[in-house]
Design a protein around this ligand. Structure first.
Ligand code: NAD
Length: 355
């Protein structure tokens, strides 16, 4: 069966200037832009040798800038869009320095809490920035395939969504996460929350519990149980445990979507043995097709790097035609941040006391 797995690439593309030259730019932004044919006109990092090293790896030596002001000037001259990939606590200060009216893609999360998300949204409005947030899982080939299958009516009406993750995540790769009060939901499950919103919209009510691992004292909570309720019949659950340090045999990472006429099961490969990963896998079961068993659809790409094409394409499509749907807009991302804030609120309220 053919299922669409690609985002709409803009007919006219804009050059990109990148701020922050860390792991995610190396592993996902630059490889994705290469696949999509987006031109990178500049890279800047507050630690200049990191930008240089990265540029060398991707043959972009001419695009390195040692000062943010020079990168901004380059963007002005070339009509480039900005691509921010810095720790969340740096976002606001960098946005303040961008020229009014710029187009900018901001790495998730949108600030470290709802207060910061609101400040980012207000600043984007004040400066008339055309701004999007990089919630890219919505654009992963397996998510686009699931949307296509659902839109064709092949699994009926969706009433249950479950993300389950039981892996060992080496959080020490991200030094800036040490001693942060919020970890798992804000930095990882936020992708799943955003995807559930993309499929089902905003929930009516939520419950959440997020808890630390006994073997670490410098990290925030890394195991979460999240329930998003949509009235009497529809529910989404997100269950994560990033401390499964017992070999690869029983690691789990999947998304399961159940509908009245069938179901979809996706193995999400990137989270296994991070950052090595495994391949993702897409299977579906439909009572509406002749083969009454699970069928596999080959994937043309994965979360890393292919999903990273989507948010940049979405931003550039919006620049070309501002009335087009703008799924990663700052306003939509703010709703995901509101939902994340509610989850932390629910966690703080705690469960009903039993003893
Ligand atoms: N799937 C995803 O969307 C995904 C995955 C990983 C990380 N991220 C996000 O991407 C961002 C960066 O993560 P990373 O893994 O690349 O981290 P990293 O630590 O590898 O890189 C961050 C880079 O930003 C640079 N930097 C810091 N402050 C800066 C400033 N003011 N100006 C310019 N450069 C600055 C650092 O020198 C560093 O090179 C974080 O917000 C993280 O949450 C997103």
């Amino acid at each position: 069966m053919y299922l669409n797995q690609s985002p709409v690439i803009p007919k006219t593309t804009f050059p990109i200037v990148i701020i922050g030259a860390g792991g995610i730019v190396r592993d996902a932004h630059l490889p994705a832009y290469k696949i999509a044919g987006f031109q990178v006109a500049g890279i800047y990092d507050v630690t200049p040798h990191k930008a240089k090293l990265l540029a060398e790896t991707f043959g972009l030596e001419q695009a390195v800038f040692d000062f943010l002001d020079l990168l901004i000037r380059k963007a002005r001259e070339t009509g480039a869009v900005f691509d921010l990939a810095v720790p969340a606590d740096q976002t606001l200060e960098i946005l303040k320095r961008l020229p009014d009216g710029s187009a900018v893609l901001i790495q998730k999360p949108m600030g470290e809490n709802l207060k910061e998300a609101r400040e980012i949204m207000d600043l984007c409005r004040k400066k008339s920035l055309v701004a999007a947030v990089n919630f890219q899982l919505r654009h992963a080939p397996f998510i686009l395939a699931a949307k296509d299958l659902i839109n064709q009516g092949l699994i009926g009406k969706v009433f249950d969504i479950e993300f389950k993750v039981g892996v060992y995540t080496p959080w020490e790769l991200w030094g800036f996460l040490k001693n942060k009060p919020r970890l798992e939901i804000l930095y990882h499950s936020i992708h799943y929350v955003d995807v559930v919103r993309d499929f089902l919209g905003d929930p009516f009510s939520v419950y959440a519990s997020t808890i630390k691992h006994p073997n670490t004292n410098v990290l925030g909570a890394s195991r979460s149980t999240i329930v998003l309720d949509y009235g009497e019949l529809r529910q989404a659950r997100i269950l994560t445990n990033h401390g499964h340090d017992y070999g690869s045999k029983h690691q789990e990472s999947y998304l399961k979507i159940e509908g009245t006429e069938g179901a979809i099961k996706i193995q999400i490969g990137v989270s296994f043995d991070y950052p090595k990963g495994r391949s993702s896998k897409f299977e579906y079961y439909s009572k509406k097709v002749s083969e009454k068993d699970w069928q596999e659809v080959p994937l043309i790409g994965d979360w890393f790097p292919h999903a990273f094409i989507g948010p940049m394409a979405s931003l550039q499509n919006n620049l070309n035609k501002p009335l087009a749907a703008f799924p990663n807009s700052v306003d939509d991302a703010f709703q995901t941040m509101r939902l994340v804030e509610k989850l932390y609120e629910s966690n703080e309220q705690g469960g009903l006391v039993f003893k």
